[in-house]
Ligand binder design. Structure first.
Ligand SMILES: Cc1cc2nc3c(=O)[nH]c(=O)nc-3n(C[C@H](O)[C@H](O)[C@H](O)COP(=O)(O)O)c2cc1C
Length: 340
């Protein structure tokens, strides 16, 4: 029923300006219209991770619910877990509109939103009203004009320590100037050292160690991947998300909007994201989890990422083009893989 309703609405949403369509979707989710319980998942799809049992390995990627409006609803309609954010300490309006473009022929998007979000205080207040019926990660970032970006990430972890089931340190958005420099060896060392130190203190204080993951760009040079992996291991991080959006336009066929500035997501991103995912799997010990994201637009795409070593997967752009039906399709494909 839920997916049928969403299926009927999809062609209309795709005719609307992308950000308006997105706001309409969030409001529909908030309204309870789509909140009927999803069919119970096949128990073989459950994943045990970080002391939680996820009903399935499919998550909604960061950026869909930047302000923590609907994490529980997303789990109720079928996602195995939800990631909110990116949230920055102070609210930000982001870049001037238009800043999200559909490349329909390519099942892709280009966005240059620039971390538009309501900021820590408002998001925290909203999360206080949650029913907490699913696993939720908080994706933390830095304000555009911050004098100390590391402090912004640390503040995010402090602020949401009681709310988050895991943290995602987003150092790979292409839409905040110089942010991706944090992926350089020295900067990453400094950032993760401070995060790790603060997380230890918070774990002692709260009697609970919240996992911290790092989200990387698909545009990292091949030679940099083992270095980044090494730094992540050294500082006791718990997971890597591969990947964020790309600055490359490789594989884009349609001409409309292809030249817009911003990060490309969706189908053309998949080969790049998969390559980076595989490289991290071979450079990281098994105890560090991998979350594969980038270009999942059909069930087989999710299976591919699990086959490359992902423990969990996420998508965003696929939700725009396919709606929640894509979750079901991924689950069917994964169940089939298990029984093969
Ligand atoms: C409109 C839009 C906004 C996004 N905002 C964020 C964000 O705030 N933080 C983040 O870490 N990733 C963000 N992403 C990246 C996604 O989480 C994901 O890594 C990327 O889109 C690749 O997955 P996909 O091909 O399934 O969309 C955003 C993506 C899109 C399309």
């Amino acid at each position: 029923m839920i997916t049928r309703l969403a299926g009927l609405a999809r062609p209309m949403l795709l005719l609307m300006e992308p950000e308006r369509a997105h706001e309409t979707t969030l409001r529909a989710l908030e309204s309870g219209l789509f909140s009927a319980p999803a069919e119970p998942d096949d128990p073989r799809l459950a994943v045990d991770i970080w002391g939680h049992r996820l009903p399935n390995p499919i998550g909604i990627a960061a950026g869909f619910d930047k302000n923590g409006r609907v994490p529980d609803v997303l789990v109720r309609i079928g996602f195995g877990f939800a990631e909110i954010g990116t949230v920055t300490p102070l609210p930000q309006v982001g870049n001037p509109k238009p800043r999200v473009f559909r490349l329909i022929r390519d099942r892709a998007l280009i966005n240059r939103l620039g971390f538009n979000n309501a900021g820590h205080i408002r998001v925290k207040a909203r999360l206080a009203m949650r029913e907490r019926n699913g696993v939720m990660g908080v994706n933390v970032g830095a304000n555009k004009d911050s004098a100390d970006r590391t402090a912004d990430y640390v503040q995010g972890i402090e602020t949401f320590y009681d709310d988050a089931d895991y943290f995602m340190v987003n150092i790979s958005s292409p839409n905040t100037k110089n942010l991706r420099e944090l992926q350089g060896e020295d900067e990453l060392n400094r950032l993760l050292a401070r995060i790790s130190e603060r997380r230890s203190a918070l774990s002692d204080q709260h009697g609970r160690r919240v996992p911290v993951a790092v989200k990387v760009a698909p545009d990292l040079e091949e030679a940099a991947l083992p270095v980044v992996a090494d730094v992540i291991v050294q500082h006791g991080m718990d997971a890597v998300i591969a990947t964020n959006t790309t600055l490359s336009r490789d594989g884009v066929q349609g001409l409309k909007h292809a030249e817009e500035a911003g990060g490309l997501s969706g189908a053309p991103l998949k080969p790049m994201a998969d390559k980076v995912l595989a490289a991290f799997r071979s450079n990281l010990p098994g105890k560090i989890a991998l979350i594969g994201v980038g270009g999942i637009t059909c069930g087989q795409d999710a299976v591919d990422k699990l086959d490359l070593g992902a423990d969990l997967v996420q998508f965003y752009t696929g939700m725009v083009y396919r709606g929640p039906e894509l979750v079901n399709e991924c689950l069917r494909a994964i169940a089939k893989r298990k029984s093969a």
